[in-house]
Each structure stands twice: as C-alpha cells, then as structure tokens.
Design a protein. Structure first.
Length: 636
C-alpha cells in the first residue's frame, strides 16, 4: 500500500476534484489496489437517501482480519503489530508481532466457536485496554460474529441496556482492571448487569488483576485454559461486503443509546485509507492513539486502520496522570512514537501541569500530532504545537463521528496549512454542505450553518441496530438527500471548516458524547427529585461540563443539600457511569418552560455559562419569573 499518499496541497485539490467528480471510480481504484478480496464486487455503490440505504462494493467477498493480519505475514511476520504498554510503568511492555497476533486471534476465534458463537451472533466485549481487547474484536471478525464493545467505564445498568438491545450471546470481560493507582471490579459490574440479561449464554474472563471473583457455574469460564487448548489456526469466515462487522453504541439526544451498525468492506477501505493519509504513516513508524477501544476512535484508529496498513499500533492501559503527569511523554520517548493522536481534554489537562513533566523527555521522534473528539481551543492548540511538537510537527484536527466510521474533515500533514481550531478541508470523497434552518444549502464562503454530508462515503453507518426508522429520523430527515451530522460549522473565506459544536441536546464532556435526556432520566428516579434539566457549560479542562437544575419534591422533609448532591451523582454513576456526573447542581423551584411545556434549555445554558447579557425574549415563557430566581441562585 505505498502509492496512495497525498503529498502537496495542489495534489490534494487534484485528488479531491477527481474524487467528487466520480466517487465510484475513485474508491474502486483504492479498493482494487490495496486489499485482499475473495471475490470482486459487482457494483461499487448503490444508494437511496429516502429508504435510507447505502451499499458499497456489493457482491464482494472478503475477511477483514486477512487484510489486517494474514496478508502481512510474508513480509512483516516478525514486525510488532500491537505494542502494549501497561498501566504500571514497572510492568514490561509487550511486543505482539503479526505472527503472534495471527496465532492469538485464531485461538480466540476457536474458543468463541467452541462456545457456540456463529456468524452473525453478537458478542459483547467489556474489557480494559489490554491486548485481549483488540484480539477479541479481531477474533469476532475472523468468524463473522458481530462485536459490540462497551467502554469498561460504563455502569452495570448501561452495560445491560446495550447487551439487551442487540441480544448478545456472550460477554468477554476480565476479573478487574487497573486505572492509575486504583483497581476496578469489572467482573462484579458484569455480574450485576447480567441479572437483567437473558440472552447471555457464556462469559469469558481474562485474568488481569488476580482478584478473587465469583464465577457462575456453567456460565463463566476463565479464558486462558481455553486458549491453551485451542488450535493455532482458524480459517477466516468469508463475508459479504455489506455483512455487519460491529455495533457501537453512541448517545442520542433522547432515549436509549443508538447501536450504530458498521459493515465490512467500506469500513475497511475507508479507515485504512484515512489512517495512511491523515497520519502520513510510513513503514517503520510507531503510531499511538491514546483513545480507548470502547470508542469509535479506538476501533478505527487503534485496531482496524493501523493493522490494515501493517503498522505498529500502541495500546496503553493506563491514564495520563499515573504515576505522574509525565506518563504520556515518557511513553513517547520510550517507544519512539512517531504519530501521537489524543483528545483536546487530555491536552488541556496536561497543559496545566508543570512543563518539567514534558521537558525531561526526548520527544524528537514525533512527526505528526492529532486531536479528535471535540473542538480544540486556540490555547490548547498552541501548547500542543509548541511544547509537544516543538513547532515542527503538523497538527491534524480531525473531525468525525461514531456514525461516520472514519475521519471526514482534517488537514493532511505537509499539504494542508493548519489553522488552530479549524478541522480545515474535507478528505477525498467527502462532500460537506452547510444548511440553513429552512433546509436550503448555504453556498459560498464566510458562512455558517448545520453541517451535512451530501454524498455517501464507504464507512458510513448503515443503520441503527433494530431501529431503522430511528436511523432515518435522526440522520436523514432534517435535510432531504443529506446526512445530518448534528453539528454546527462555519466555512471561512478560504473554504476551511471549523466545527462550532452540537446543535442538539448532546454535550461533549472530555470528548465523550453524553445525551442529556438519559442523565435526566437517571436523576428523576431519585425519590426526592421531581424534575431536572441538564445542560453543558464551558469548562477549562473538560471542554464542557454538566450543570444540573433540579426541582425537589415537596416532601416537607428538610434534607442536607450537599448529601443530596452526592446521592444524585451516585445515581448517575450507577446508571450511566462516572463520566456523566454533574459538576454543579442547583436546586430550584421551577424551570423555564414554553407554553407547550418544553424546557427552554437555551436560557439554562446561558445562565450556567455565566452569559446572561442576552437571554433573548423570555416573555413567551409560561413562567418568566423563574429566570430571575435561577439567576440569583446560580452556582459559580
Ligand atoms: C470521533 C468521535 C462525535 C462528535 C461530533 C462533534 C465532536 C469530534 C471533533 C469534534 C470538533 C473535532 N467532534 N471531533 N468537534 N472538532 N475535531 O469523537 O466520535 O464520540 O461519536 O463524537 O464529537 O460534535 O459530532 P463521537
């Protein structure tokens, strides 16, 4: 895969024009040259925005793990595929070669088969960032099972909801996990969750922290003894291009999480292509993405994209602050990392620490820096550029989503001049459009609107598991013949895009998408709570933090407000996970409502953000007097 690099801006424009003039032939050429197919496609693309239905490389047959592993064995068998860096710096790093990965994936795949997992079955993976996590994804893909990774910071309730939504047959987990100086009882969380899951037939348990855990007779099995018995080869299941590869849940603005379904061929082609170009990946590079594989960034740019290119991909189990705030930079020096991809929230957190943590490490191996997950503010961008890149590494601010499967708008290093806070230009084949509220496309530059994509691309999610109508309603109904992203964006005078944030009720906290509705649902279950409204407000480190307005029931009981705040956050932790806890909770006697009973979140957002100069017209509210009360008692 050597000749699909884009090297100059001129070349970018040429390639881009070609890619949008004839997307089918553009992607066909890439698919033809760089991958292993058992059968060629009959048709590159067919689509219908009304149904909506999108099919890429229909008729083709392949297995993604042959593309990510087997075909590298001849030339790169002894090369490190996964470089595992444990939580504790005193524990040795593991270099898993392509040969070894091939064997371990086959053994794992054989264990899955022995436990009755077949093509099309759903397997839930709830693991910390240890090699078995990546191996589990690949083992599912090897036999055509659909993986559904649930981030191992989610609570037992959140885990159960996701298992039940796609009726998974198996869970792969571990006894526990390390997180800095703490351990987390993962198996305990799984046991609790499985009390309400009927579809689970077996649980495979990786031994990681050697804790004493409960093993349910007949259901739970230690993984290692099964692997020891398993055959070291496993023939790949031959998949159709549009067979589902995985489900990954993302928060919606209302109701239950959405199980985004990604399929095989298009996802493979697009993640491999974007990995190579956005990170300007070269054969001997050591690439490190700090995301968790529980999020799409980890799926596409720790596992599939890098391995499809035969790269060495670093997997880090720990946190940036343990044993101290130099941990990231120590790892960069230790493994001579060449591409480093992280989130603005991590950059902001580390930027607040003493510069000595950075300066005592040699970061000269770095070539390209990346960010993802939320808008990066100017200050953080410059800190990253000056102190980590030493003004010598292009920064790629990559905009994309769980739904898009791969990076959509991003600079290409050494060809697109970067400007802080701008994701810059669309990648080849991606056709963004800005739309006004009436549904008309806003042409020209120096404009802003709702960000849509007006032509299909290979790695778009194909449906929401079990709910195609919701897929249509959420993404294809706001604007005709367009995919609606849920983000707002502006296009500057040269055509660069800057993402301005969500236009719906999703708040991005430390790079994690959180729907406010499920958090409100969780709080409202507290016996003392009558009603609540959650909004995001700008936060120095997290980007956004959550602010809760809570109306208490009139029980006559006088309760200690600080205790109530703790109880409310504990409920959120239990039902969703600690990432969704509220930074500030204000008790109030009412919430501003429209006459149709809708909470006016716009006003609550402004008050929480200390931006009350222009609250807009409040006279149409049902209860305008409440606004002053809320302002008087705001928590600073
Ligand atoms: C990959 C990922 C998607 C939402 C997206 C947008 C925000 C992601 C961004 C960005 C500004 C960037 N987002 N990257 N905003 N600049 N470079 O994060 O997927 O977890 O589904 O989140 O994240 O709001 O709509 P996901």
């Amino acid at each position: 895969m050597s000749n699909y690099h884009i090297k100059h801006l001129e070349e970018y424009f040429q390639v881009y024009r070609k890619s949008v003039r004839n997307p089918e032939s553009y992607w066909e050429e890439i698919a033809e040259e760089h991958f292993l197919w058992h059968k060629r496609w009959d048709n590159v693309l067919s689509y219908d925005f009304d149904k909506p239905e999108f099919k890429w490389f229909e008729g083709a047959q392949l297995n993604i793990t042959e593309n990510c592993i087997d075909r590298h064995l001849r030339t790169r068998g002894d090369k490190t595929a996964i470089l595992f860096e444990p939580n504790d710096p005193k524990e040795k790093a593991q270099h898993i070669t392509y040969n070894e990965l091939h064997k371990r994936v086959a053994q794992m795949a054989n264990v899955l088969k022995a436990k009755g997992i077949k093509k099309g079955d759903r397997v839930c993976i709830y693991l910390p960032m240890i090699p078995e996590l990546a191996i589990s994804l690949l083992a599912c893909a090897r036999i055509g099972a659909i993986h559904s990774v649930v981030f191992a910071g989610f609570s037992s309730k959140a885990l159960a909801t996701r298992i039940n939504d796609s009726s998974c047959k198996m869970v792969i987990t571990s006894d526990g996990s390390y997180r800095g100086s703490k351990t987390i009882d993962l198996k305990g969380i799984v046991d609790e969750g499985l009390k309400s899951c009927e579809s689970i037939e077996s649980v495979l348990v990786v031994k990681r922290i050697n804790s004493d855990i409960h093993m349910e007779e007949g259901r739970d099995h230690w993984l290692q003894p099964l692997l020891d018995e398993a055959e070291e080869t496993c023939a790949p299941e031959i998949m159709n291009a549009e067979d589902p590869l995985f489900i990954l849940y993302t928060s919606g603005s209302t109701g239950t999480p959405k199980g985004m379904v990604h399929t095989t061929a298009g996802y493979m082609v697009y993640t491999a292509f974007t990995f190579k170009n956005v990170f300007q990946y070269r054969e001997d590079d050591i690439y490190w993405c700090t995301a968790d594989i529980g999020w799409i960034t980890g799926h596409s740019y720790i596992v599939y994209g890098p391995l499809a290119n035969g790269a060495t991909t670093v997997m880090f189990e720990g946190v940036p602050s343990y044993p101290d705030h130099a941990r990231f930079w120590e790892i960069v020096e230790k493994h001579k990392v060449t591409q480093f991809y992280t989130a603005p929230t991590a950059i902001r957190a580390l930027g607040k620490e003493n510069l000595d943590f950075v300066e005592k490490h040699d970061l000269s191996s770095l070539k390209v820096l990346g960010t993802v997950g939320e808008p990066i503010n100017e200050e953080a961008w410059h800190w990253y550029d000056e102190n980590i890149g030493k003004r010598n590494c292009p920064i790629v601010d990559t905009w994309w989503q769980t739904e898009t499967g791969g990076i959509m708008i991003s600079p290409i290093p050494y060809s697109t001049p970067a400007i802080p806070t701008f994701a810059t230009l669309p990648l080849p084949g991606i056709q963004p459009a800005l739309m006004d509220e009436e549904g008309k496309e806003i042409k020209g530059n120096q404009v802003d609107g709702r960000l849509c994509i007006k032509f299909p691309w290979p790695s778009m999610a194909r449906t929401i598991w079990g709910n195609h109508q919701r897929y249509k309603d959420t993404y294809f109904s706001a604007f005709k013949n367009m995919y609606f992203t849920g983000d707002g964006a502006l296009r500057d005078s040269v055509g660069y895009y800057r993402i301005t944030g969500r236009v719906d009720d999703v708040v991005i906290v430390s790079g994690h998408n959180l729907g406010t509705a499920p958090i409100e649902d969780a709080i409202n279950e507290h016996p003392a709570v009558a009603e609540s409204a959650i909004v995001g407000y700008p936060h120095e480190v997290k980007g956004n933090a959550l602010y809760g307005y809570v109306i208490l029931k009139e029980t006559g009981e006088t309760r200690n407000q600080d205790n109530l705040r703790k109880e409310i956050n504990q409920m959120i932790s239990d039902r969703i996970g600690p990432i969704a806890k509220l930074n500030k909770i204000q008790f109030t006697s009412g919430l501003p409502k429209t006459r149709s009973g809708k909470i006016m979140r716009r006003i609550l957002r402004k008050i929480a953000s200390n931006d009350t100069s222009n609250l807009g017209d409040t006279s149409t509210l049902l209860n305008p007097e409440i606004v002053q009360e809320i302002m008087d008692n705001v928590i600073k």
